[in-house]
Ligand binder design. Structure first.
Ligand code: B12
Length: 329
């Protein structure tokens, strides 16, 4: 029986990571490989085992020490943000990264919960809006510093356009969402907040293989703007490209459908799962979502109008929200 071996470059390609990342996995003992005459050899089985362990890590509930630790980071970051201590805030994130946490969790389990707490304190009248603005300015700089770490080389999984409609001012959420999609190998075009409907069309028409358009709706004030974006996009580019709504002002799939969108995605990770199912079909998506994926690929050929029941795949999304995302919304 002959055993197929992959070079480390090929293994990196399969894992969708840079060669040096794959090399680090080998050095850390996370990816099994043997060195023969100076050349690393990796078996397909080792790749499968690596992926399986990575999935298990993702699914493992955050309990015990892990969650206590994450909670500490949130507390420390919150203190730095409300005290306008930008250096301290960066230090907290740096420590979380050095401790070997998943880079996506630095956003979803640390930065987003710290911001959510600031939002709650503002809404209860405990802190002045000036503190919230100052904290947001620092958080925006932190995201700018973190952003290059979310760039992934290797196979591209699709192109995604995201933005907030007119009246929507929550640009920070979009910046974080964009990075989280990049981390998964998507090319992201982020229009930022308060984008007129026609500008969504302009940007969409310039992207060759657009996988989906994501519209962020964080406050009820921007729901009208979202309706306008969906309507204008449909008129201009038909229904070939799925329009996905997300953000805390969208209550779920029904709400997204009322606005005219194809899907609702729950948080960044829900969006990634949905995009994955749109781009390649996935064994993890349930039947409902798989049907929707099928109808989407057909729609690309026939550009027929979708019925509301076909858009029901979004219901599946809401059941797959990660714990981390739950704390954001
Ligand atoms: C910073 C902030 C602001 C800043 C925004 C500046 C900026 N550059 O972004 C400023 C000061 C401008 C602001 C203004 C307002 N804000 Co404000 N703000 C916040 C705060 C504190 C943090 C937002 C943030 O970035 N969070 C981090 C991100 C990552 O979390 P997230 O927004 O939940 O995003 C996640 C998901 O929702 C999802 N998601 C988001 N967009 C999309 C899009 C798609 C397609 C998908 C799939 C997923 C998705 O993915 C993200 C990651 O998982 C939140 C508190 C909070 N809970 O977040 C309040 C909050 C959002 N704001 C709130 C309010 C009420 C307002 C104002 C109306 C206040 C006012 N009276 O003026 C205005 C509205 C302005 C407007 N028209 O948009 C409320 C919203 C309540 C609601 N749902 O209606 C919140 C929740 C505060 C609160 N607890 O009451 N705000």
């Amino acid at each position: 029986m002959s055993t197929e071996f992959l070079t480390l470059e090929e293994a990196a390609e399969r894992l969708g990571v840079h060669y040096m990342t794959a090399y680090r996995y080998v050095r850390q003992g996370k990816l099994s490989a043997t060195r023969v005459k100076g050349v690393w050899q990796v078996t397909p089985q080792a790749i499968d085992e690596f992926r399986q362990r990575a999935n298990e890590r993702k699914e493992r509930p955050r309990t015990g020490d892990d969650s206590r630790r994450t909670g500490d980071y949130v507390n420390e970051l919150h203190t730095c943000l409300v005290n306008a201590d930008a250096g301290g805030a960066w230090g907290v994130l740096q420590r979380a990264i050095d401790a070997g946490g998943e880079i996506g969790d630095v956003y979803l389990a640390i930065l987003a919960p710290a911001m959510a707490r600031i939002g709650e304190e503002w809404s209860r009248g405990e802190i002045d809006i000036a503190i919230e603005h100052q904290a947001t300015a620092i958080a925006t700089r932190l995201v700018g510093q973190m952003s290059p770490r979310f760039v992934r080389r290797g196979r591209r999984r699709g192109e995604v356009l995201i933005g907030g409609p007119s009246g929507e001012r929550h640009a920070l959420a979009l910046a974080m969402l964009g990075d989280l999609l990049r981390l998964e190998g998507y090319d992201v075009f982020d229009l930022g907040a308060d984008t007129p409907a026609n500008s969504f069309v302009h940007a969409a028409s310039k992207i060759n293989n657009l996988t989906a358009v994501g519209v962020s709706v964080t406050t009820t004030e921007s729901v009208e703007g979202a309706i306008d974006v969906v309507r204008t996009l449909r008129r201009a580019i038909g229904d070939e490209v799925p329009v996905v709504l997300g953000g805390s002002a969208i209550s779920g799939p029904e709400h997204a459908r009322e606005i005219g969108a194809d899907f609702y995605a729950n948080g960044a990770r829900g969006f990634v799962e949905l995009l994955d199912s749109i781009t390649r079909g996935s064994s993890t998506v349930d039947d409902e979502m798989a049907r929707e994926t099928d109808s989407k690929s057909k729609a690309a050929k026939t550009t027929r109008k979708k019925t509301p029941s076909e858009a029901g795949g979004s219901g599946a999304q809401s059941r797959r929200q990660s714990d981390a995302d739950a704390s954001n919304n």
